[in-house]
Design a protein around this ligand. Structure first.
Ligand code: SF4
Length: 472
């Protein structure tokens, strides 16, 4: 997918003014947020389960190279062809080669964020292959010629009314807002595609090293169709998806579905072990797993390996006040929201996504929601520090922060500076008391922030007066 993260401020400004988008985001995030809170409230000791899940992810990351080799051995022993891709191009090349080798013409594709990273669909379609996205949200995005705006709910940016109009236009159905009718239309469109597909492609939620099992967690059943109906099946797996044991999977699954969709368990959980064996009534004749790096090793070897612990549940997006207001497309790449603001700079180079670490109020809601307790605010702060250390900082803001740091070291200086700033704001030409905008170079700071007028009396003065009056 094309990277547009450096246009975050412009995209976010447009998104905030888009009333239809605001309606869609309000409905979508509110529903997802409440569903997760309700589902988590049923867990007896959610805090302990969360730490257990975090430990499972960190343990897996600690032994990642060994676990990947173990996974490869187990899969190969069952007849799965395992391929390694160092970057997106190599991943795409592997999958195109597989398609050519097996004379594939039609492809049924399940949800896969890693192939969104690599831009696989564009390549395959450019080579004349017919690719249909079979996850309902991804299908809507595909026929609308858009990109997903959420890890779990790709059409978080669309209202039901927009989907109605899209289906009427693209699928020639009688316009209706009824979700069941819309889903039935998509199913009728897809069913023959599943049957005719030569190849299925899908992403993976977890890859269990000790058993060589690949897991998909879905609600629509399309994953099972992609993995069992076509004669060739390919899974694209980010290398960080590996976990150690089946027990770890049990722990993580309880939190993944609750955090992602507010369900105790999703409708389908597939444990895939390999291609069809002799005598099996169904299953693919050939199965391939492409283990995709695409920048993950550099995260692993760097200062932010915790970012790889993410299980892509989307909870941090739904709870983030920035995501709730700007939606996913403003982030300018595959991953949006707080975790997107961390991994997009890490996977693409921090200067290619410089605004994203700043796209947070650091309120901590993302950390509180994260089922594996990733300290996202801390990661964002450290990325901001990296940007400053690399010289990627607004000079006016740097000057202001340095002045603030000096004043904060001395209570007397802080008081004097506060009074001076208050007086200056009253007499300075250009301060906009209504819009809370500062004049001149200081306007950099208030371009995207409020600077409310100073109080008539500072807190210290009020406090002294109160004490003089003998009030507690
Ligand atoms: S960072 Fe945590 S909350 Fe956000 S998507 Fe990943 S696992 Fe879910």
């Amino acid at each position: 997918m094309e990277l547009k993260a450096n246009r975050f401020v412009e995209s976010a400004t447009t998104a905030i003014r888009d009333r239809v988008l605001q309606t869609a985001l309000d409905r979508g995030t509110t529903h997802a947020l409440n569903a997760r809170i309700n589902a988590m409230s049923e867990v007896t000791d959610a805090a302990a389960l969360r730490q257990q899940a975090r430990a499972a992810r960190l343990r897996a990351l600690h032994s990642l190279p060994d676990l990947l080799e173990m996974l490869e051995r187990k899969l190969t022993a069952r007849g799965v062809h395992v391929l390694w891709a160092s970057d997106g191009q190599e991943c795409n090349r592997h999958i195109l080669d597989i398609a050519r080798r097996h004379h594939v013409r039609q492809i049924a594709k399940g949800k896969s964020m890693v192939t969104e990273e690599t831009g696989l669909n564009r390549l395959l379609e450019g080579e004349g292959l017919d690719v249909v996205e079979t996850d309902l949200g991804e299908f809507i995005v595909q026929i609308a010629h858009e990109t997903p705006s959420h890890i779990i709910m790709p059409v978080m940016h669309k209202t039901r009314e927009q989907v109605r109009d899209l289906f009427a236009r693209e699928l020639h159905m009688t316009p209706t807002d009824d979700p069941a009718a819309l889903t039935a239309a998509a199913r009728a469109y897809m069913r023959p595609r599943f049957i005719e597909a030569d190849m299925g492609i899908q992403g993976c939620n977890f890859a269990i090293a000790e058993t060589g099992t690949l897991i998909t967690v879905t609600n629509e059943g399309n994953g099972r169709m992609c993995s069992s109906l076509p004669r060739v099946f390919v899974m694209a797996v980010g290398i960080e998806k590996v976990i150690e044991t089946l027990d770890d999977f049990g722990t993580l699954l309880q939190l993944l579905t609750r955090s992602a969709t507010g369900q105790r368990l999703s409708s389908y959980v597939h444990l895939i072990n390999g291609p069809a064996r002799p005598g099996d009534p169904d299953g693919p004749e050939a199965m391939y797993v492409v283990l995709v790096d695409n920048g993950r090793t550099s995260i692993y070897d760097g200062e932010y390996p915790e970012a790889l612990a993410c299980i892509r549940c989307g909870a941090c997006l739904n709870t983030c006040p920035v995501y709730q207001n700007v939606g996913g497309h403003a982030y300018g790449w595959v991953y949006a929201g707080p975790i997107g603001a961390v991994v997009t700079p890490l996977l693409n180079g921090i200067h290619n996504a410089a605004p994203l670490p700043h796209a947070s109020s650091l309120c901590g809601a993302c950390k509180a929601a994260c089922p594996v307790d990733i300290n996202i605010p801390d990661l964002l702060l450290r990325l901001r520090a990296d940007l400053v250390a690399d010289g990627d900082a607004d000079p006016a803001i740097s000057l202001g922060v340095k002045g603030w740091a000096v004043a904060m070291r001395s209570p007397q200086l802080y008081e004097v500076a506060g009074k001076a700033a208050s007086a200056a704001s009253r007499v300075a030409a250009g301060y906009d008391e209504t819009l809370h905008r500062l004049p001149g170079p200081l306007g950099h700071w208030t371009r995207n922030r409020d600077f409310p007028p100073f109080a008539a009396k500072p807190f210290r003065q009020l406090w002294r007066e109160r004490k003089r009056q003998g009030r507690p």
